[in-house]
Design a protein around this ligand. Structure first.
Ligand SMILES: C[S@@+](CC[C@H](N)C(=O)[O-])C[C@H]1O[C@@H](n2cnc3c(N)ncnc32)[C@H](O)[C@@H]1O
Length: 268
């Protein structure tokens, strides 16, 4: 096993290289064909195309980057897991997309580009998984870094990762993983950077955004919503309280208050 922090029983890391990925995919296809027949398997494959995408050079490069992060920091954050492997239940479980960790370079680019004074903000990772984005966020001088995660098993590993994390680049020491449903999360009453890396489907996203809006209405403050791999961006587009700051094919960033010029200068 390449990682020092063991994953819970039944959870397999999917980052052991091309051969390991191929074996995992072959086993899944074999089980599917037995259960669903060939036609059913082909139908499901359309929805499960991400396994096919695992073979592309870009994905293999990304996997290398992900596991390098774990090796460098003595943590275990790289597993790619199906929702069925997370031990989750409850009303939000059906809308969960499973676990995949944020790519470090892209994360640094996105968060590093925010026009804010980090010290004034709490970073909240909605669906924090094994804690990858929490550890990456701690490289910025946020007031505090908090993650909310539906799976108690992932949260457990995330806590171990946080305790073991060592990096000369770390600038925030207050990192916390909380187990719970993002829908009922109590937002910190501070300025917020809310990070979502494709955690769930539109119905749950909509409820989470409503809860954030209610919190901002009760206590008006600055909040940036960073939605990466923004599959359901239309959920954010229709909000009266949020203004679009930035958008590209995979990312949207919204903000609750207009950007002030003097604040921009301070952040520069
Ligand atoms: C794609 S992973 C992202 C992990 C981490 N944020 C990162 O960037 O490395 C999404 C995570 O969201 C979690 N999740 C899904 N639905 C959730 C919910 N309703 N409340 C809290 N977490 C949820 C999943 O269990 C999974 O760990």
């Amino acid at each position: 096993m390449a990682y020092d922090v063991p994953l819970p029983e039944g959870m397999k890391s999917d980052v052991g290289g091309w051969a390991e990925s191929a074996a995992v995919i072959a086993r899944k296809i074999h089980l599917l064909v037995r259960r669903e027949g060939l036609r059913g398997t082909l139908r499901l494959a359309r929805h499960k195309y991400r396994y096919v995408a695992e073979f592309t050079p870009a994905r293999r490069r990304a996997r290398r980057e992900l596991s390098e992060f774990d090796r460098a920091h003595g943590v275990s954050t790289s597993a790619i897991l199906d929702p069925s492997e997370l031990g989750i239940a409850g009303p939000s479980a059906a809308f969960c997309f499973g676990h995949q960790p944020s790519p470090p370079e892209r994360f640094a680019e996105i968060i590093g580009g925010l026009p804010i004074r980090f010290e004034d903000f709490v970073f909240v990772d909605v669906g924090s998984g094994l804690g990858r984005a929490l550890l990456l966020a701690a490289e910025f001088p946020f007031q505090r870094v908090v993650g909310i995660e539906l799976s108690a098993e992932l949260d457990d590993v995330a806590r171990t990762n946080i305790a073991r994390y060592a990096s000369p680049r770390q600038r925030c020491r207050q990192i916390e993983s909380i187990v719970g449903d993002a829908v009922t999360f109590a937002w910190p009453p501070t300025p917020l950077v809310v990070y979502l890396y494709n955690p769930f489907d539109a119905p749950v996203l909509s409820r989470v955004v409503q809860s954030l809006e209610a919190s901002l209405a009760a206590r008006p403050r600055d909040a940036l919503v960073v939605y990466y791999y923004a599959k359901f961006r239309e959920v954010l587009a229709s909000r009266a309280t949020l203004t679009l700051l930035q958008a590209d094919d995979e990312l949207v960033i919204y903000r609750s208050i207009p950007v002030h010029e003097d604040e921009d200068r301070r952040a520069a």
